[in-house]
Write a protein of this length. Sequence first.
Length: 589
Amino acid sequence: MKIYKSIFLLLLAMFVVSACEELLEPNNDNHSTIDRVYREPSFAEGLLIRAYTYIPTNDYRWDEVATDDAVTNDKLNTFRRMATGEWSASYNPQNLWDNCYRAIIYINQFLDVVEEIPWKPSIPEQHNLFIRRLKGESYALRGMFKYYLLRNHGGFGTNGQLLGTPLIEKFPETQQDFSTPRAQFNDCVNSAYADFDQAINLLPMDYGNVPNLASVPAGFPEVTDVNNYNAVMGDFSRQRISGRVARALRARLALLAASPAFNPSNDLSLWENAANYAAELINNIGGISGLDPNGHKFYLAAQVNDANLSSGDYKDLKENIWRRPIYSDAAREQANFPPSLYGNGRINPSQNLVDAFPMANGYPIDHPSSGFNPASPYSGRDPRLSLYIITSGSTYKGQIINTGVGGGDNAVDAIPTSTRTGYYLKKLLREEVNANPASISNQQHYITHVRYTEIFLIFAEAANEAWGPDGTGPVATYSSRQVIRAIRNRAGIPMPDDYLASITTKEDMRKLIRNERRLELCFESFRFWDLRRWKEDLTVPVRGVRIDGTNFNYFTVEERAYDNSYMHYGPVPYSEVIKYNLIQNNGWK
């Protein structure tokens, strides 16, 4: 009996130990682990696709309401709160630190495994092309996220040095790997350049099927079968980041690095770099003649309809270097239409911005030769004013929009969804949308990442700083003046452009170029960072107009509570400073 009892106790002990081991080390269930990455290409590619989801331009940010270009009637808007005194290292609606580093970490992990994934083992040539393209995309994306980190968080630290952000070039394995100090700004710029250069060497200029082997781009000598090239670099890959996009992002980075905030010694070679990088792309579409005649109307029906990826000639390439897929909704219009059109009137352009539009003859409204009539301030103006902004008396969707006294719900401050400035947004909206909740009709839209107009403006700004209004440099055959003339002519300013011709100095041309950039890129999230990289006055109050009959009463709508002594640079998040003992930018708490 004792023997049986002993055996029973032994078996019970073995069972308990076994059960404990299972509790401590449970069997694999149906959760995915990193091992799956090495077996399933689609799962592995998810690491890279995840990085795409963090791109800051995946939607419009509407941060113009934190500048002198606009305000919003949304009292809880984070950018409104920031602009009126709440911006700090702990409260920062412009914080891209977290998302950019998440993306970089995903990219680094993907680069660690990309060559070990069975992309197409049955066809070695395709397999190698997949590795090449995906590595190229990864480097281009990583360079882009480094740019955003520099733009939003680079600056002069409390140690007096111009700093960038921590450089994380490998997938971090330990806590110590995250504890990386901020690198020098120039080292970060060079690191991003290295990523873009790698991407450019690996990627085709554009994706798209080619008809035969002779049409395969020159940089792909390894291709022996056109079908393999088309399977990897063909139509299916459009809207992924390409060699053209990498070049555009490189030019954008070069402009940032050359700008006054980050180039305090005004090193002209930095301006030359930016101009030359932009010129490479402009030359690729035929120089100034390649400027899309409708590029400033890219969001309107005809241009959206022409953005046809199924077309063999990829129609929208001339203006849209990189954009998101076309989608159909009415959200922008519901947010921004005037209240009489069932909108919430959220984004209200400023009088400051309205005054920045010249007259149709090209002269600024305060110039003696402009012909500006204060009693009829919207008459005879640059056509872009009526293209981008609804002014009082405008006809929109068959309705006259009156923002003055007696204008009903559309009048200034009439109801919570009325304009605060006397103006409503028109740019980026589709007039064909019906925002009535009882009968909403959607229309097609898309979101742009990079437009060619931006590249032309990068060249104009950088070339003027490097060589003056009429210098061309070693890559371009056109000057800053010629580019600005083409942009203004496209806008509807007739030639000869007498005002442009009257400009002879770099300083006067700089002023005009900055204004043209303000107009052409308005409401596309450039103004906030342009003011900072130019080290312009951030405290200019936002103005509006109340119209009472024939009286135009201009008033201050909203003050700007920035500090010009340090707010040209964004803060490092306070949590990161505490966690990793990072050097903060001057002035931020």
